[in-house]
Design a protein around this ligand. Structure first.
Ligand code: RIB
Ligand code: CA
Length: 309
């Protein structure tokens, strides 16, 4: 399965990239970066460092949008630290970012491959995807699916009381994607909050006898300190990796095809994902929205895959 990961690393983003690289079922064609957790120059550097960690300098990294379509930029340094990558000191990138824009790489890759064969795995704000759809309308028919970490239903919001971060940063881009008609598979906070990075789980990851295990444990320990305090839990929610983990083992998750719309006007609920879980409206069921997950199965798969790197 051929995928592009569009991302704003972010420690949990980096784990997602590593899981893709650890899995022979997946051919990672490239990584595209976007402004989100931190500004795009930093998310790009963090993506390059992630690939260096496992010697995969063959995977191209293309820098993308520096800011949302309409809204002013919002970052999450309070969660991820100033660089977006706190927890481990990694050497500077071994190579420069690939030349060319992320949006053009996405368009070129989708248009050069047979229709329906490319999966976009989006784990940050959707600005690059919206720009690609605006630039090349044919993508609507050619992208196979977009598998995304975003949204919330019963968990509601994390960056505001109403909105999840990846949507809130660029709600207008999100609305374009949810209105596109492309097959969407959504991993919301409802799923991620069932997957706490508990002390026992982090110790299991840390004990993986390679370079990656201790690095991933340190990343998650740092990233989750804020959420563990906020929610009063043993560890924090595991967000982005669910996208790749579903591609590898879909049976770990259960959801429902429903209508999801994004609030782009209200100051109070801007970025809210309005999920018609009970089919109250006749609106188009535009997304496979996940809400159940086998948490132990997820962490078994994380450890199994990280162990081969
Ligand atoms: O709301 C969680 C999302 O925000 C994740 O993608 C995490 O990396 C942050 O970007
Ligand atoms: Ca992210």
């Amino acid at each position: 399965m051929k995928i592009i990961i569009d991302t704003d690393p972010g420690q949990d983003d980096a784990l997602t990239i590593l899981l893709a690289l650890a899995s022979p079922e997946i051919e990672l064609l490239g990584v595209t970066t976007v402004a989100g957790n931190v500004r795009v120059a930093q998310t790009t550097e963090n993506a390059l460092k992630t690939l260096d960690l496992v010697g995969r300098t063959d995977i191209p990294v293309y820098a993308g949008a520096e800011r949302p379509l309409i809204r002013p930029g919002v970052t999450a340094t309070h969660v991820h630290g100033k660089t977006g990558f706190e927890g481990v000191d990694l050497p500077p990138p071994s190579r420069p970012v690939s030349s060319g824009h992320a949006v053009d790489f996405i368009i070129r890759t989708v248009m050069e491959n047979p229709p329906g064969t490319i999966t976009l795995c989006t784990i940050g704000p959707l600005t690059n995807i919206a720009l690609a759809l605006a630039k090349e309308a044919a993508l609507r028919e050619r992208i196979g699916q977009i598998v995304m970490m975003s949204c919330a239903f019963s968990e509601v919001g994390n960056i505001t009381p109403a909105a999840e971060f990846n949507i809130y940063v660029d709600p207008h881009a999100a609305r374009m994607v949810f209105d596109s008609g492309i097959r969407l598979v959504v991993f919301p906070l409802d799923v991620t909050h069932q997957l706490h990075t508990s002390k026992a789980r982090l110790e299991r990851i840390e004990a993986i006898p390679n370079r990656v295990g201790p690095v991933v444990a340190a990343w998650l320990r740092f990233e989750k300190r804020f959420e563990a305090t906020k929610y009063g839990t043993d560890g924090g929610p595991l967000h982005d990796p669910n996208t790749v983990l579903w591609l590898l083992k879909p049976e770990l998750y259960r959801g429902r095809q429903v209508n999801v719309e994004i609030e782009t006007d209200s100051a109070l609920t801007l970025g809210m994902s309005v999920v018609d879980w009970w089919g109250i409206t006749e609106k188009k069921k535009n997304a496979l929205f996940m809400r159940e997950v086998d948490a132990d199965g997820v962490y078994d798969l994380v450890v199994e895959r990280l162990s081969v790197l």
